[in-house]
Design a protein around this ligand. Structure first.
Ligand code: GLU
Length: 421
């Protein structure tokens, strides 16, 4: 891989999309840099009485289309560069879905698995204490991401409400239902991807009983396995951070999820599921129809992309395929359903949660699913049509779709031709 940073590489997709549109240079200038990134050091008291500090960030990349929106991740490898790139992706993701949001992201550099539950609560509350001035229901609205969940969002919402002196659930989404969360938020990322694949199945050449390999078995991976499995598709391989397993006849998804819930790794479940343990890299090359990267960024590179046998990739993770690998997959005729569309179900139901918090009236789960389905199919179809019309990949089409919305909003403030004519 080159010395380019993650953000440099992400920006190549902006350039590529811009080459398909007549966009004013002002627009690109505005979208090339993160608008505001705050770095803080969080200090918490550990259970043994010692004090420990953790680096934390919140980036508001661009807020032209609305308050910035995006998750907070707790991960030992988090960095400012990763946060800014993820916030860039959120900017485009919200625009693809036509949500009235800009893009943001946050992170704490920590391995949450090394913390006790009370340390985790103190860290979550410390994050909100540090960033209360940055976030807000009309400014920047966090949500869950890698290794953060509803309970953490609940602590943060509570902390923010204490700081501002009034109940303020709309400051954060992905909360527990009892604290103003939305029905249907838990499985929304996977469900959005599932609706998208179902809607475009014929065009993608996918049919009944397709074989699926899932890289990463967290929230998105598990729910996707469940939804696709219930439709009669076969999950033939899954991996988590500790290893991967494969069973050509399909894995028992219910037992797999129960095993994970009991705190076991997928490789520890291989024997009882009649599966073989394979290497994490081998999962990418498993014989299947649909490969679902649902872990972290930069997982599919020029080194392992040639081994892919799937016809279609569904990016439930953010940024799992490097731009170089993208080119290789395009040349090989593999269709990539890009992250900013494929995993946008999560932020879409976050938007529904924020709307419900503000209107004080809560929808039933059927309403949430119907609304998610409508948006997913509408924007998925629009991206598909752009890809066909312009003969581009789905990724470029999604960026073109998002960029034209962002450009319209940026240009509405006036650009160079307006001020100099
Ligand atoms: N972290 C999720 C994402 O990357 C969800 C963001 C949100 O709900 O605001 O899309």
């Amino acid at each position: 891989m080159s010395d380019d940073t993650l953000l440099d590489r992400a920006l190549t997709r902006l350039d590529e999309a811009a080459s398909h549109l007549k966009i004013d240079a002002d627009v690109i200038e505005k979208l090339k840099y993160p608008r505001e990134t705050t770095k803080m050091r969080l200090m918490i008291r550990m259970d043994d009485g010692s004090r420990k500090s953790f680096l934390a960030w919140r980036c508001r990349y661009d807020d032209t289309r609305g308050p910035t929106k995006g998750g907070i991740r707790f991960h030992p490898d988090s960095s400012i560069e990763e946060v800014e790139t993820l916030a860039f992706w959120m900017t485009f993701k919200c625009a693809v879905m036509n949500l009235p949001y800009g893009g943001g992201k946050g992170a704490v550099r920590v391995d949450p698995r090394t913390l006790s539950k009370s340390e985790l609560e103190r860290l979550s509350r410390a994050y909100m204490q540090a960033f209360a001035r940055v976030v807000g229901p009309d400014r920047d609205i966090p949500a869950p991401d890698v290794y953060t969940n509803a309970m953490i969002m609940g602590w943060m919402a509570d902390e923010y409400s204490q700081i501002v002196g009034q109940l303020s659930p709309a400051v954060i989404t992905g909360k527990p239902i009892a604290l103003g969360g939305s029905l249907g938020r838990n499985d929304a990322t996977a469900r959005g991807g599932y609706y998208l694949v179902r809607h475009l199945a014929t065009e993608l050449g996918l049919g009944a009983g397709m074989r699926i390999a899932i890289q990463g078995f967290g929230n998105a991976g598990q729910y996707y396995a469940q939804l696709a499995g219930a439709d009669g598709h076969k999950v033939v391989a899954v991996s988590d951070s500790a290893g991967a397993i494969h069973r050509a006849d399909g894995l028992d998804v219910t037992r797999l999820i129960a095993g994970k819930a009991a705190g076991r790794q997928v490789s520890e479940l291989a024997a009882e599921l009649g599966a073989e343990v394979i290497g994490a890299e081998a999962l990418i090359g498993v014989d299947c129809d649909l490969l679902v990267p649902a872990a972290l960024e930069d997982m599919i590179t020029v080194d392992n992309a040639p081994s892919i046998k799937a016809k279609v990739l569904l990016e439930l993770a953010n940024g799992p395929v490097t731009p170089d690998a993208d080119k290789l997959l395009e040349a090989r005729g593999v269709t990539v359903l890009p992250d900013i569309l494929a995993n946008a179900g999560g932020v879409t139901v976050s938007y529904f949660e924020w709307v419900q918090n503000r209107q004080g009236f809560y929808w039933d789960v059927e309403e949430i699913h119907a609304r998610l389905l409508r948006i997913m199919e509408r924007e998925g179809r629009a991206v598909w049509d752009i890809a066909k019309d312009r003969n581009t990949t789905m990724r470029t089409a999604a960026y073109v779709h998002a960029l034209s919305r962002l450009a319209t909003a940026i240009e509405a403030h006036g650009t160079q031709p307006f001020f100099t004519s």
